[in-house]
Design a protein around this ligand. Structure first.
Ligand SMILES: Cc1cc2nc3c(=O)[nH]c(=O)nc-3n(C[C@H](O)[C@H](O)[C@H](O)COP(=O)(O)OP(=O)(O)OC[C@H]3O[C@@H](n4cnc5c(N)ncnc54)[C@H](O)[C@@H]3O)c2cc1C
Length: 447
């Protein structure tokens, strides 16, 4: 398939956002009599799923402290539910299990889930939480837990299978996906802001509209679009904070315990919900009994046949270097710089054991293989969905986003002229105007 010299719509990146936008845009154009999938090309410098979407743990949940994030996630969950087979979606549910410091926040999430009709159960009080958890897992033993939010929808999906499913749906609509094409710049004519061509290592593609879904490579594309390296933010204190770095990389810590995935079943033999546990209980090492931390810690885990074990992660850490000094390539497990180390295995498996007795002797089964990956985060760690340079739609999900399969549908509707109420809280202007999202007490930057 040769690269066309012109395409009405050029999508950069064949991850979850690029593919979802391409597929839904093809449908929207057709439904409105404005064209179809043949008007769209997707360009990826490597191939489908070569970025964060292809290595994501795949967790899909609604649990967010920010009302705007919750509404957006509820929409995305309904897109996952619309075609579970093609998206390789497992609707096992999701649980947020928390200590007292997060109790009030989780209670408000539950209340608001009721308002938007998102099915969940909320358990309070240490004893009731322990009983509820033991009703699911006989060996539950986590301490200091005073609230459990059990979301009945959500769960997880298999990363590459879902992307291939999405790519197949897009191609069936006539979208062309070109692998091995690297975008190196943009052309604008006669001093205008709008982009008139995408410049690649294999020639220019003239276009009317560009969609950027570049995941952790967004800082580079942002620079190519001449967008600011640092911005001003009106803080919650009402003061203007100048010169705040636009992008910061975080390194995500994930790994797999090489046990049979069936090792982690509920008492009645079913596949369990994805568990996310935050705790302020002291955490001791299963390796040598030493104290790992007395500060807040958090983990998530699920049995996963695709990863071949119990897979999950812990809180990420920020990479202090300037974004331009961070080597994004080679990406993911191939990176020489950003893969998890031995400390992660000890912390994560010790935390699993803190929660469930069945994991107490499993450290030797931890799969000693490169895992993890990096993500590019915005100044407030929430997504930016907005149009820049008049005709470039940037989907920068601040690493929240494998679960956000529905964003591409909303973006496609916006490209076709509709304004999305769900995307509105994520405009770039929120920084200058001080319309910031509330912040939770979770140890994770994405809760
Ligand atoms: C280890 C890990 C686990 C995660 N787990 C979860 C999870 O459980 N649930 C969840 O919701 N989110 C999770 N995330 C976050 C999620 O994976 C990302 O937010 C999301 O996948 C980003 O999707 P994307 O389409 O924007 O980018 P990507 O999937 O990264 O795709 C970007 C694509 O753009 C291409 N590209 C980049 N630059 C260029 C260029 N110049 N020219 C052409 N092509 C280019 C790349 O090759 C890549 O294929 C996880 C992230 C990591 C790193």
């Amino acid at each position: 398939m040769s690269l066309p010299h012109r395409s009405k719509y050029v999508v950069i990146g064949a991850g979850i956002h690029g593919l979802s936008t391409a597929y839904h845009l093809a449908q929207e154009l057709k439904a409105r009599g404005k064209g179809d999938g043949r008007d769209i090309v997707v360009l990826d410098k490597t191939s489908v799923g070569a970025g964060a979407s292809g290595i994501a743990c795949g967790v899909i949940r609604n649990n967010y402290f920010q009302p705007a994030m919750r509404e957006l996630m509820a929409h995305s969950v309904s897109v996952w539910e619309s075609d579970p087979r093609t998206y390789s979606y497992h609707p096992v549910g999701y649980m947020q299990i928390s200590p007292e410091v997060m109790h009030e926040g989780c209670a408000s999430i539950y209340e608001q889930q009721k308002v938007i009709g998102y099915d969940s159960v909320f358990i309070e009080d240490e004893k009731d939480c322990a009983n509820y958890m033991k009703g699911l897992f006989h060996d539950w033993r986590a301490q200091h837990i005073t609230s459990v939010l059990h979301e009945k929808r959500g769960g997880y999906a298999n990363n590459m299978r879902s992307l291939k499913g999405l790519a197949g749906k897009a191609e069936a609509e006539g979208v062309r996906i070109h692998s091995g094409i690297k975008v190196e710049g943009f052309r604008s004519d006669n001093g205008r802001r709008a982009v008139t061509a995408v410049l690649t290592d294999q020639g220019a593609v003239a276009c009317d509209y560009v969609v950027v879904g570049a995941g952790p490579w967004i800082p580079r594309i942002w620079q190519m679009l001449d967008l600011p390296r640092a911005i001003s933010i009106k803080g919650r204190d009402g003061r203007l904070h100048e010169n705040v770095r636009m992008w910061t990389f975080w390194s995500l810590q994930e790994g797999t315990l090489g046990v049979d995935p069936s090792y982690q079943r509920t008492n009645d033999g079913k596949l369990p919900p994805v568990l996310h546990v935050d705790s302020d209980a002291p955490l001791y090492s299963v390796r040598d009994g030493k104290l790992i931390t007395e500060k807040m810690w958090g983990i998530y885990y699920k049995p996963d046949f695709s990863f071949g074990g119990v897979q999950g992660g812990a809180a990420p850490y920020p990479i202090e270097s300037e974004p331009e000094d961070v080597r994004v390539d080679p990406y993911g497990p191939e990176s020489p710089d950003y893969i998890v180390g031995k400390d992660f295995a000890d912390m994560w498996v010790s935390a699993l054991s803190h929660c469930q007795k069945r994991f107490e002797d499993t450290l030797p089964k931890y799969r000693d293989e490169p895992s993890g990956g990096i993500g590019a985060f915005t100044p407030d760690n929430f997504p930016v969905f907005d149009v820049f340079r008049d005709n470039v739609y940037v989907i920068a999900d601040s690493n929240h986003g494998y679960k956000m399969i529905g964003v591409g549908q909303l973006v496609a509707q916006e490209i076709c002229g509709e304004k999305s109420r769900l995307l509105e809280p994520f405009r770039f202007s929120r920084y200058a105007e001080g319309r910031l999202h509330p912040v939770s007490k979770s140890p994770f930057p994405w809760s």
